[in-house]
Design a protein. Structure first.
Length: 468
């Protein structure tokens, strides 16, 4: 049972023992800004409260509540910038952080691409806080865990997993009057269910902005079904196959396309959108007409930060419109240099917060309909251990996991051993034939997005893996 108040040993640093309010964030930021003698100073403040319940071997192993806080200071003089981060909010720690940032700036070389700090901005309101989720603790989580464990015991299987919720409050401020504040909350339940001897595994997971909307019974049923069906997998010859990627697997690969939309990298000849001899593929159709990729911080299913990596107000951008490259991502510097409008490219690719609301629009087909339309292929539950092979083509390698099956004549017929794959999100989307409904998912490798399950042809599975 968790206490109502946060225990002293779970507090990080001094000067704060609770989530930041807007007023507290502004007061703290102003205090730090006043400490700096440099003409430019930017402060980022963050508090994160996390509650989670972990289970394994059909029992709860851990229930925890913790608060993490951090503050980063970045100062600039004569184009030379220094940054320093700390976890303590007491006066002495704040003074030390500013002093250290200024000392580091003195040692740094001038940055010729540095632009003047932005002045006050009108940041949009992004509604991303469900009060019940933000306050949830073990008593609200344990019923979900019990549902999964009871289902596993009934099937004579072994369940493990994690249910968690996080609440965040963050602010950014600078000496020229810029200030932004955002609160958010999110939750997720994932479970892996295995045979008692560890010979078979099934997985299911669901992120949700509202803990109450997590369907633990459905997740248990999916994971159990995959585990039971994956007994005694056969060896399928390596090769290129038509695949059905479930939404989580598709998301883990598709989200890696983001960096390829950097306007600067593209125009300098370093991305898949670069043309030989110069220029870009902007305005050209390179994907099927049913491929639309966008980011929208105001999407109620996948909200994001009110500001971009460059601290400009965030906005909705369509990157691929019905197969056509509709936009490149311009940061402030490259937009100024090329006479374009900055649209969230700060930090590379779509920019950190913009990429957080990435959506691949879906289609009319259910997962069952996608499978039914495949004469011979492989169903993949999800991917993991993904690593980049070629930065320009975005080719990746990794492994399948927790439910890989042979499809014959529109039906799942046999479990197959896992594979190593070798594919890029670009080629995947070019070869995509059908899309399922778009779902909010969190990839096994991290990264939240809205993604459908999909059918793609000619997917390379070059070798077999012994992994379960």
């Amino acid at each position: 049972m968790l206490p109502d108040a946060l225990p002293q040993d779970q507090r990080f640093g001094d000067g704060l023992t609770h989530m930041l309010t807007r007023e507290e964030a502004q007061k703290l930021s102003n205090k730090v800004l006043a400490l700096s003698t440099f003409p430019e100073c930017q402060v980022n403040v963050s508090t994160i409260e996390q509650a989670y319940t972990r289970f394994a071997n059909n029992g709860i192993t851990t229930a925890s509540l913790n608060l993490r806080q951090s503050i980063s200071v970045s100062v600039t003089r004569d184009g030379k910038t220094g940054s320093y981060a700390a976890n303590d909010f007491d006066d002495a720690s704040l003074k030390a952080a500013v002093k250290k940032a200024e000392e580091l700036a003195a040692l740094a070389p001038p940055n010729s691409e540095r632009l003047p700090a932005l002045g006050p901005q009108q940041y949009p309101t992004v509604n991303d806080l469900d009060p019940a989720t933000a306050k949830a603790r073990a008593p609200e989580m344990i019923p979900h865990v019990k549902t999964i464990i009871d289902a596993a015991l009934k099937a004579k299987l072994v369940a493990a997993g994690l249910i968690e919720r996080s609440r965040r409050a963050g602010a950014v401020a600078n000496k020229t009057g810029l200030f932004g504040f955002q609160e958010s909350a999110d939750s997720q339940l994932t479970t892996t269910i295995r045979m008692a001897d560890g010979s078979s595994s099934g997985w299911a997971g669901q992120p949700s902005l509202r803990l109450s909307e997590i369907d633990s019974a459905k997740l248990a049923a999916i994971a159990i079904d995959k585990c039971l069906k994956w007994k005694n997998p056969i060896k399928l010859d390596p090769g290129n196959y038509t695949v059905v990627l479930e939404a989580t697997a598709a998301a883990d690969l598709v989200r890696l396309i983001q960096g390829g939309f950097s306007a600067r990298n593209t125009e300098e000849g370093r991305t898949f959108l670069s043309k030989k001899g110069g220029g870009s593929l902007l305005g050209e159709k390179i994907f099927p007409e049913y491929i639309t990729l966008r980011s929208d911080p105001f999407d109620g299913k996948q909200p994001s930060s009110p500001w971009t990596g460059d601290l400009l107000p965030n906005k909705a951008v369509t990157w691929v419109d019905k197969g056509t490259i509709a936009n490149l991502a311009y940061d402030r510097y490259w937009a100024t240099k090329t006479g374009k409008e900055a649209n969230g490219g700060g930090g590379g690719g779509f920019g950190g917060p913009v990429g957080g609301s990435l959506t691949l629009e879906g289609g009319p087909n259910s997962l069952e309909q996608l499978i039914a339309g495949v004469e011979r292929g492989v169903l993949i539950t999800h991917l993991w251990y993904i690593r980049n092979v070629n930065p320009q083509t975005l080719q990746q390698t990794g492994l399948t996991r927790d439910g890989t099956f042979l499809i014959e004549n529109g039906k799942i017929t046999k479990p197959v051993m896992n594979f190593r794959f070798l594919e890029s999100p670009v080629r995947l989307l070019k070869n995509t034939k059908k899309l399922g409904p778009a779902l909010r998912v969190r990839g096994l490798e991290g990264g939240m997005m809205i993604s459908p399950s999909l059918v793609a042809t000619d997917f390379p599975l070059p070798s077999i893996s012994d992994a379960i």
